[in-house]
Design a protein around this ligand. Structure first.
Ligand SMILES: [Zn+2]
Length: 267
């Protein structure tokens, strides 16, 4: 069945096909993610072209098919996340988020909440909020789409909500310090990292502007989320590898405030 339709959408990926065409995967708000075939995109003055670039959202109008490829004929209300497009670091985090979305849902799976969540994550990143915190929140809240919902709110044994916690696979959630002994194979994660992951599991993106994390805390959070993804999700995305490697060279390209303040002459 084919029907002329329109929907808000976010570009998940885009690649050239044959000489002048493109295959574009779009996460649409009204019909889930779908692969679109776009003809003659390289013609000059093709008005659709900017709407097919990575980190773009728009209203896409065309024929949405229940199977096989769909087609985009025109677009309106094109919005580019320009800062993400132009910054190699932000592009790295943004690509990883979009790859996660792609991995988490089946084609044509209607999921307006995830659509909105993805839109907010990109918007926040584009507005200059910390891309690592945005990514961590995304990863933690996306776990549900991969079929698991760890208990973060309280100790899985006694229900305690305050204090130090660790994560236990055996109990499918966090354990308070009093109950750590019940699982010797618990993650032995940094309690501060667990604290922030608990916070991230329930926070909405409009409340993140006050969060400022030290590099060391960020690393511990990264380790904890990596363990969770290794255990429960088990996908290995190139874009994830890229952001991990980026950590080792980002300071060379982007001197921190402290580094720029240092005066080599005083050494
Ligand atoms: Zn407990």
């Amino acid at each position: 069945m084919s029907q002329l339709a329109e929907s808000k959408g976010i570009i998940l990926s885009s690649r050239n096909y044959k000489e002048k065409d493109k295959l574009v995967k779009i996460f649409t708000e009204s019909a889930g993610k779908m692969m679109f075939y776009v003809k003659g995109i390289h013609r000059q003055n093709q008005p659709i072209a900017p709407a097919l670039l990575p980190f773009t959202e728009a209203i896409y109008i065309g024929h949405f098919h229940n199977e096989g490829l769909s087609f985009v004929n025109s677009v309106k209300d094109v919005h580019s996340f320009r800062k993400i497009q132009e910054d190699i670091f932000l592009s790295g985090y943004g690509t990883y988020l979009l790859n996660l979305v792609d991995a988490a849902i089946e084609d044509r799976q209607y999921d307006p909440n995830l659509f909105q969540f993805t839109h907010q994550a990109l918007q926040r990143m584009d507005q200059g909020d910390d891309p690592e915190i945005i990514t961590n929140i995304f990863e933690i809240q996306l776990l549900q789409r991969f079929g698991i919902s760890p208990v973060w709110t309280h100790c899985a044994v006694c229900g305690k909500t305050q204090g130090k916690f660790d994560y236990s696979s055996k109990y499918g959630g966090v354990l308070c310090e009093n109950h750590w002994e019940l699982d010797h194979h618990r993650y032995h994660a940094d309690p501060r990292a667990v604290h922030f992951v608990r916070l991230f599991s329930a926070i909405s993106y409009d409340r993140i502007s006050g969060i400022d994390l030290k590099e060391e805390t960020k690393q511990k959070i990264r380790q904890l989320i990596d363990l969770l993804y290794e255990e429960y999700v088990g996908i290995h995305l190139k874009s994830k590898k890229f952001i991990d490697q980026m950590k080792s060279w980002e300071h060379i390209m982007k001197p921190t405030n402290e580094a720029t303040k240092e005066n080599p002459a005083e050494e």
